[in-house]
Write a protein that binds this ligand. Structure first.
Ligand code: AMP
Ligand code: MG
Length: 318
C-alpha cells in the first residue's frame, strides 16, 4: 500500500476530551498526552480498531501494545493472575510511568498482545489521559504516537507531523513531563524483571520491591518482541560522545548533553540528566527540521533516569 492511499481522513486537533472519548467508543484512533510521551489510543478490546492502529503507525504486528487503565482495580479484569509483588508495585507506582506485564485474561484480543499470553498494563499519571479513559468507558491500547521507528512525540505538534491524515483526532496538551517511555516490568515469574528501562528508575523500584534487570538479550527478545525493532531514530546520524566532550563538534552538526559540545550549529546543554531525557526526542525532531545530518549525544552514567536515557541513545545510534 502506498503512503498516499493511507491518507484517509481529516485529523481533528482539539482540547475536547468528550469528543475524543466518543471517537474511541466508535473504534477510532485518538492521540493523547501522558506524563511519559504522547500515546496513540484505540479501544484495547476492539480487534478492528487495534488493527487500524498498527496500520496507522506502520508498527510490526509482533510488537504488543500497552493497555491503559484509569483505575488499578481494572487490572483484575484484564489479567488472570496477579502475584503479590505486582500488587506491591501497583500500590507504589500506579498512577505513574510503570507498565506491568501479567498473564492475560481471555477478553484481551490476540492482536493487542501480539499473540502473547501476557498483557502489558499501566495507569498513566496525567489528568487528560485519565479523563479520556474514564469518559470513553474503555481500556485504551496505546503505543507512542509516532510513525514506527521514529523518535517518540513529546508535543501534539510532533504527533501531527507523523500522523496527520492517518488518525481521527489529536488531544492537545503541553509538552510531556518525562519525555521517555514507561518502565516495563515482567510480572509473570517468581520475581519481577525489568524488560525495558524507563521513567521509573531501578533505584526507585528497588526501594519498594526487589527485582532484577534482564541481561540475556535472546531471552529478552522472546519475552518482549518489541525490543528487537528499530526505535527512536531521527532522520539524521546519531553519534555518542563521552562526558565531558572536549572535542569541537563539526559546525554543521548538533550537540545535546550536560557539558561541552562547543562549535555545534545547534546545541542543547541540559541542566540535569532528567532535563536531558525530557528534551532528547524534541531535540531530535528540531534537528530534522533544520536539516542537520549529525547529532552528537553525550553519554551519561547508567544510574537513575540515566539508565533509560542511555538505552534510548544506544538504540537511536544503532
Ligand atoms: P511502546 O511502543 O513505546 O508503546 O512500547 C511498548 C513496550 O511494551 C514494548 O517494548 C513492548 O515490547 C512492551 N510490551 C507490551 N506488551 C508486552 C507483553 N505482553 N510482554 C512483554 N512486553 C510487552
Ligand atoms: Mg514507541
Amino acid at each position: 500500500m502506498s503512503t498516499h492511499s493511507l491518507k484517509f481522513k481529516q485529523t481533528i486537533v482539539t482540547d475536547d476530551v468528550s469528543l475524543a472519548a466518543q471517537r474511541i467508543r466508535l473504534g477510532g484512533l485518538v492521540a493523547f498526552p501522558t506524563e511519559t510521551v504522547f500515546g496513540l489510543g484505540a479501544n484495547a478490546l476492539d480487534t478492528e480498531a487495534v488493527q487500524r492502529l498498527f496500520v496507522a503507525k506502520g508498527r510490526p504486528a509482533d510488537n504488543p501494545l500497552i493497555v491503559h487503565v484509569a483505575n488499578p482495580d481494572d487490572v483484575r479484569v484484564l489479567t488472570s493472575r496477579i502475584p503479590s509483588y505486582a500488587e506491591t508495585l501497583m500500590e507504589a507506582f500506579f498512577p505513574g510511568p510503570l507498565t506491568l506485564v501479567l498473564p492475560r485474561a481471555p477478553i484481551v484480543p490476540d492482536i493487542t498482545t501480539a499473540g502473547l499470553e501476557t498483557v502489558a498494563i499501566r495507569m498513566p499519571d496525567h489528568e487528560i489521559a485519565l479523563d479520556l479513559i474514564r469518559q470513553s468507558g474503555m481500556f485504551i491500547a496505546a503505543p507512542s504516537a509516532n510513525r514506527s521507528g521514529r523518535p517518540s512525540p513529546t508535543t501534539w505538534e510532533d504527533v501531527f507531523e507523523d500522523l496527520d491524515g492517518r488518525i481521527d483526532l489529536i488531544l492537545k496538551g503541553t509538552q510531556t513531563q518525562f519525555g521517555l517511555e514507561s518502565t516495563v516490568v515482567d510480572c509473570t515469574g517468581d520475581f519481577p524483571v525489568i524488560l525495558r528501562p524507563g521513567s521509573v528508575s531501578l533505584e526507585e523500584l528497588t526501594a519498594v520491591q526487589a527485582l532484577t534487570v534482564y541481561s540475556d538479550s535472546s531471552e529478552l527478545s522472546q519475552r518482549s518482541p518489541g525490543t528487537n525493532h528499530r526505535h527512536y531514530q531521527p532522520n539524521a546520524r546519531v553519534l555518542l560522545v563521552p562526558n565531558p566532550c572536549l572535542d569541537d563538534i563539526p559546525r554543521d552538526a548538533a550537540f545535546i548533553g550536560l557539558a561541552g559540545g562547543f562549535g555545534a550549529h545547534l546545541r542543547y546543554e541540559a541542566k540535569s540528566v532528567a532535563d536531558y531525557a525530557h528534551h532528547l526526542f524534541s531535540f531530535f525532531r528540531r534537528c530534522e527540521k533544520e536539516g542537520i545530518r549529525s547529532i552528537y549525544c553525550q553519554k551519561v552514567p547508567a544510574v537513575g533516569i540515566g539508565r533509560a536515557l542511555m538505552d534510548r541513545l544506544e538504540r537511536a545510534a544503532n
